[in-house]
Design a protein around this ligand. Structure first.
Ligand SMILES: Nc1nc(=O)c2c([nH]1)NC[C@@H]1CN(c3ccc(C(=O)N[C@@H](CCC(=O)O)C(=O)O)cc3)CN21
Ligand SMILES: CC(C)C(=O)C(=O)O
Ligand SMILES: [Mg+2]
Length: 276
């Protein structure tokens, strides 16, 4: 979608317009002000303060433990750092499943306390009441269907969704998200032909992750795409940089200079002249 030319703040209507015009939507996760400002300057349309922060920031092995308070702090940092990107935050596991009321309470907290422009939650048909209640309260919602990491124990691990007979359920889930009023939907780890069919069937844009090029946009966890995540990354990740190597080299160079006494040099030191 839109190159960097218009610096006007992105709104939900721009995502609808992008789909109508056949312009791809660009999205990345962000968890702090430093990366948010850089991705905003780079022209990324949508920044997701994902519960993947549980994995890539906090070092947990699933997204389940991260809390609403923790994500709100990160969402506030990201929201405050952008001038153009549309910022949404994940509703964490346990903060919306019980009822539409619970979901609205959590979504309202994000809007009041973080300055994000919307929220994302996982689930299709089963989350229709939640999505409807939040959108009817004036809060943009992004859905998330296919592989939904908060349900990984129920899904039996990181497993591709929507294959074979499961294709119809996936389509039903995506249609439910649209019917409930969402402005977009993330489709995760689904065969490319299935995601393409869902994208064609929906009026709202689809944002794929491991769902092929037929989606209306793409999202990746930034630490995966730019080489900061440790260990093996999912098959769908393309590595655009090796930030981990750059940081390691910079840190060991610094340590070497300190040990050698070559840092700090005189120019990096204060003299003892009392100012007038
Ligand atoms: N760093 C990170 N990247 C992500 O894309 C991501 C997260 N964290 N946390 C939340 C969810 C979980 N997701 C994941 C996590 C693992 C696989 C994965 O390991 N996939 C394997 C195949 C399945 C397996 O063998 O476990 C793959 O090679 O694609 C995929 C998506 C996507 N999201
Ligand atoms: C992978 C994306 C879609 C996500 O939900 C996250 O980063 O938490
Ligand atoms: Mg998430």
């Amino acid at each position: 979608m839109a190159d960097q030319t218009p610096r006007k703040r992105i709104r939900t209507r721009h995502f609808a317009q992008a789909k109508a015009d056949g312009l791809k939507i660009t999205a990345l996760t962000s968890y702090d002000a430093l990366t948010a400002q850089i991705f905003d300057e780079a022209g990324i349309d949508l920044l997701l303060v994902g519960d993947s922060a549980a994995n890539v920031v906090l070092g947990y092995n699933s997204t389940l433990p991260i809390t609403t308070d923790e994500l709100i702090t990160m969402a506030r940092a990201v929201s405050g750092a952008v001038t153009r990107s549309f910022v949404i935050a994940d509703l964490p596991f346990g903060s919306y499943e019980r009822s539409a009321d619970q979901a609205l309470d959590t979504a309202v907290r994000f809007m009041k306390e973080s300055g994000a422009s919307g929220v994302k939650l996982e689930g299709g048909v089963r989350m229709e009441p939640q999505i409807r209640r939040i959108t009817e309260s004036g809060i943009p919602v992004c859905g998330h269907v296919g592989f939904t990491p908060q349900s990984e124990h129920n899904l039996g691990g990181h497993v591709v969704q929507g294959r074979g007979a499961a294709e119809e359920q996936l389509l039903a889930d995506a249609l439910a998200v649209e019917r409930a009023g969402a402005f977009a939907v993330v489709i995760e780890m689904v065969p490319a032909d299935v995601a393409e069919r869902v994208s064609a069937a929906l009026k709202i844009p689809t944002i794929g992750i491991g769902a092929g090029a037929g989606c209306d946009g793409q999202i990746l966890v930034w630490t995966d795409a730019f080489g900061l995540s440790q260990g093996r990354t999912p098959k769908f990740v393309r590595k655009y940089a090796n930030i981990a190597e750059m940081l390691r080299d910079a840190a060991s160079q610094y340590a070497e200079d300190v040990r050698a006494g070559t840092y700090p040099a005189e120019a990096e030191t204060y003299d003892n002249v009392v100012p007038e």
